[in-house]
Structure formats: structure tokens, C-alpha cells
Design a protein around this ligand. Sequence first.
Ligand SMILES: [Cu+2]
Length: 142
Amino acid sequence: MKTLITIIILALLVWGGYTLINRDGAEMTPTNNEAITTPTPTPTPSPVSSTPTIREIAVTGSNFAFSTSTIRVKRGDTVRIVFKSQGTHDWVIDEFNKRTKVLSAGQSETIEFVADKTGSFEYYCSVGTHRQMGMKGTLIVE
Ligand SMILES: [Cu+2]
């Protein structure tokens, strides 16, 4: 009889311990699920922003204005400026360290950069006082 009681007690201990482990396991499972479900929405917008999109914008510089005063792109876009000069002008954007050469009337130059930060950035012509005379515009990166 003593062995039977011992077996029953052992069995109860094992069962009890098993139940406790299972409970711990049951508590762990939802947190694991949360950890899996939380990052799921995050990758959804990233492929959208990382999709390489080239935005080609034709800008003509005349005395003393750019044909395009606002350029709107999305962050991550590659901005391609096709600049055509109708005088002695250039196209400069300091925040992205990009500029064309100073072009003479009739010349054109294409420059490209990745709009890797959001905000409003002024582009301008650096020749003489053209910027002060209104040869400027805004690049908006959303
Ligand atoms: Cu100019």
C-alpha cells in the first residue's frame, strides 16, 4: 500500500508541476504572438517608400525666375532635375549638396539626387543676386 500511495503522490507532484509549466507556457504564447503581430504592419509601408521612383522635373531658368517654383516628392524618391537655362544661371540645392554648372543661354544639364530627408528645402540660382531677385523655389519632401 505504501508504494501505491507514493506512486499517487509522485503522480500528483508530476501532474502539478506539469500544469504549472503549461501555465507558464500559456502565458508566454500571447506575448510571442504579440511580438509576431506587432512588426507585421511595419513592413507594409516600408516597401512603398523604398520603391525606387524617379521623379523627373523639367526646370527652366530665365531672368529672373524658375519655371517651377514648387517641386513635391516623396521621401526616398530620386529627383532628376532637367535644368534648361535661358540666360546665365545655375540650379542649386544646399541641403542635398547638388548644383548644376553655371549654364549659358540654351544650355542644359541634368542632375540627380535621392530625397532622403523630409522637409522644405529652397533651391536657387547662385549667380549674382538672382536668388534675391526671385530665382528660387521650394522642394517639398513628404
Ligand atoms: Cu540666375
